[in-house]
Design a protein around this ligand. Sequence first.
Ligand SMILES: [Zn+2]
Length: 266
Amino acid sequence: MLSIKKILMLCGLITTTQVFGLPQDSRRAGGIAVIPLTQNVTEVKYNGLPVLVTQPNSQRYAVFGIPLSTPVGTLELQTNSQPIQIEVKDYKYAQQRLTVKNQDYVNPKQEQLDRYAREAKEQNDIYTSFTAAQWADFPHFIRPTAGKFSNSFGRKRFFNGEERAPHSGLDIPAPVGQKVIAPAAGIVVGTGDYFFNGKTVLIDHGQGLISMFCHLSQIKVSKGQKLSQGEVLGLVGKTGRVTGAHLHWGMSLNNARVDPQLFLSP
Ligand SMILES: [Zn+2]
């Protein structure tokens, strides 16, 4: 018997699959490849950066974040054995036109660009870090705050008519002051009040898996703090470049920003 999910997949209506406990496999720019490894493969790298590898139970997997800038076609990962090739499929992200009142957020002044460069480096150092996992099984993720959301990851964005970087996270509209919780256990590796992202918390979940929470009105944690799943990290706000109150939730794997929805059960 074919399941409904299998039938939809055969019809090409959905293109994701899921191994129990792991993110959904969706091989597109901004997606994730969940790759079963042969027994002799213990290390996987992409562009010199280590890729997350799950602990061996009966089967070990590489969980690889596909950068948003990846062209359609074949991509190669290095391992301690044979290279692995994966096929990156075409995926059309929607466009979004936004109007912000403060023109500095569209064309920042030199001092603001300098500030942004410092902040980008700080965040990049976190995204490229690779710490030992504190888990035996890949962490299960829950939603960081309540609220209805649409599929906003990857959107091509135009601010006041000018094209800017694609949207690297998922926006959850919510009222100012609503609690934001850690979607999985981890360690707070960064907090800041950034030019574009506003008040922000970054959590390291191990092996280059980093989550990010932006535009907060208040930060309730500090750097180095251990968080359990469900612990409050801050409150929803509208700090930084926003058009209204919401939580921006970002997920990064091997320094690639990927669609946070792939971590939630479908
Ligand atoms: Zn956002």
